[in-house]
Design a protein around this ligand. Structure first.
Ligand SMILES: Nc1nc2c(ncn2[C@@H]2O[C@H](COP(=O)(O)OP(=O)(O)OP(=O)(O)O)[C@@H](O)[C@H]2O)c(=O)[nH]1
Length: 315
């Protein structure tokens, strides 16, 4: 992750529990502000433990989130702030996972299922960026904390997207298996990933993730199309359901294991394929807004105000 660059600014923001409202943009957007602001982040647990400060560092190329040390060592994501002495002493490796793909393909649901073991039927568009933390264990007593950056589907073509992606250890390219357009648009998302990391020494491990496999009967993207895309681009192939939890943990574990050169055995793979029984619902096309990305020229990118400010000062 890049930390040194010509123009480096640091500011601190306090991430507060959920309420669903978007952050208020600062009045002067010429430069990143320093000091502490309160950002309302809908994906964070409520309660005092969910409140913590994050240093945000802007560089020419990247946006870097610096989490407080206790979060790095905490065993649960999103601020379960109670630690034992032994936890205090351990220090995990952190990996940055960026989750991208069209709006409504299920990125937030995937991250929420993974980090919080929860699923919401209602669609709430992610504005800009949201993030989650979760510690996982890999074979060989290897603990690793995953920073999951959930990028709003409307950011494609926006100014900040390459900064979010730069320096990622892993990129999950997510599409909805019932929505062909969301698969087709992955070409654009993938091109952006390659461009963003052109000058980076480390290239991310990229995985193609077909989500909503609980809706197999509505599939419009054939599995062989998915496999071909993986073969042509050397991607890790995965199918998941954020709704049922099918293969969600495995999805993150496989990629983390690949990055760290760890082999998962059959028992570990089977254990990670835990499925939650879900009701079969009549999945009406009208009930879920399909915000497939429009042509590039008409994209309006909405991001946290602080990130827009960084954009205008970083170049
Ligand atoms: N049936 C089914 N529905 C899902 C699944 N994953 C997500 N959804 C639904 O799809 C809708 C969109 O999910 P989100 O996770 O908000 O999508 P997103 O990709 O984060 O969307 P943006 O914030 O616009 O980028 C929601 O109504 C979810 O409940 C899944 O695995 N199966």
């Amino acid at each position: 992750m890049a930390t040194a660059a010509r123009h480096t600014h640091t500011t601190t923001r306090t991430l507060a529990p959920t309420s669903g409202s978007a952050p208020v943009p600062p009045r002067n957007c010429k430069r990143p502000r320093s000091g502490t602001d309160t950002v309302t982040n809908r994906n964070h647990e409520s309660g005092p433990a969910a409140r913590f400060s994050v240093d945000i560092r802007f560089t020419d190329r990247a946006l870097v989130l610096l989490f407080p040390a206790w979060i790095h060592r905490s065993s649960r994501g999103h601020g379960s702030g109670v630690m034992s002495d032994s936890e205090e002493e351990s220090h995990d490796r952190q990996l940055k996972f960026v989750v991208i793909g069209d709006g409504a393909c299920g990125k937030t649901s995937l991250a929420t299922r993974f980090a919080q073991e929860a699923f919401g039927k209602q669609y709430k568009q992610t504005i800009g960026l949201d993030f989650f933390l979760k510690r996982i264990s890999l074979p060989g007593n290897l603990n690793v904390t995953l920073q999951v950056w959930d990028i709003g589907g409307q950011t494609l073509g926006g100014k900040m997207l390459d900064k979010y992606v730069y320096g990622a250890h892993a990129v999950l390219l997510v599409y909805d298996i019932t929505n062909y357009q969301s698969f087709e648009n992955l070409e654009d998302w993938f091109s952006m990933v390659k461009k963003a990391n052109e000058e980076s020494d480390v290239q991310p491990v990229v995985s193609l993730v077909g989500n909503k496999i609980d809706l197999e009967h509505m599939r419009t993207v054939k599995a062989d199309k998915h496999q071909r895309f993986c073969q042509e681009n050397s991607l890790i192939s995965q199918f998941v359901s954020a709704k049922t939890g099918d293969s969600v943990n495995l999805c993150f574990q496989r990629v983390a294991a690949d990055i760290l050169g760890v082999k998962l055995n059959k028992a570990e793979i089977e254990q990670s394929q835990r499925v939650v029984k879900a009701d079969i619902v009549n999945y009406s096309q009208d009930t879920v807004a399909r915000t497939v990305n429009p042509p590039r020229s008409s994209i309006v990118s909405g991001v946290f105000s602080v990130f827009l400010c960084a954009s205008s000062s970083g170049r």
